[in-house]
Design a protein around this ligand. Structure first.
Ligand code: FMN
Length: 176
């Protein structure tokens, strides 16, 4: 192997899962934002984090309500994921626009996305300002998953087909 110093555009560290995060405004209208800056932080307590630019409409919704849901889309939802990641909930109802179905969550106000295979209902516990972004840490209050994708209580990623992205190219997993 010959190691070289890559240029900025190669983004060696930019491979990440893509999630759809739901949130609500102060009239309980819901919105969806596509994010690749998502990470699991700790299993017990179950903590995750998301990183959102200040200018996003969802940024203020999550900041004000203190709640969000992380929804995991399969690659079959690629088009819906792109719609939720390219238009703003300030202007349109993204559930309608992306043809997704809201269903009530158990512990928080933002809805789950029915078509996604897994959901984490989160309450914001910490916020960290990083330049023009906020890193929201969420405590997971409830988790749900499509039971048909479980093998011995373990999520089968080959069947779930999560979306991974790098430089706006989208991938999924087809073998172990
Ligand atoms: C694959 C993908 C990943 C994205 N990841 C992020 C992200 O991690 N943080 C962020 O602030 N915006 C991210 N975006 C951009 C937002 O999803 C996009 O600007 C969206 O339209 C904002 O919606 P809103 O104004 O309704 O909140 C991503 C977009 C795509 C397509």
């Amino acid at each position: 192997m010959k190691l070289i110093l890559p240029n900025e555009r190669s983004q060696v560290d930019a491979v990440s899962p893509v999630v759809l995060v739901t949130c609500i405004d102060n009239k309980d209208n819901s919105n969806i934002i596509t994010l690749h800056m998502y990470m699991r932080l700790s299993p017990d307590p179950h903590l995750v984090c998301i990183n959102i630019l200040h200018q996003r409409y969802s940024h203020d919704l999550i900041s004000n309500s203190g709640e969000f849901v992380v929804n995991f889309p399969s690659i079959a939802l690629e088009e819906a994921m792109k719609i939720c990641g390219s238009i703003s909930g300030r202007d349109v109802d993204k559930f309608k626009e992306a043809k997704l179905t809201p269903i009530p969550a158990k512990r928080v106000k933002p809805p789950l996305i029915k078509e996604c295979y897994g959901h984490l209902e989160c309450r914001v516990t910490n916020k960290l300002q990083i330049n023009n972004r906020t890193l929201f840490v969420g405590e997971v209050l409830s988790t749900s998953v499509d039971g048909e994708l479980l093998i011995n209580d373990n999520l089968d990623l080959i069947k779930a087909k999560p979306i991974l992205q790098k430089n706006r190219n989208y991938y999924t997993i087809s073998e172990i």
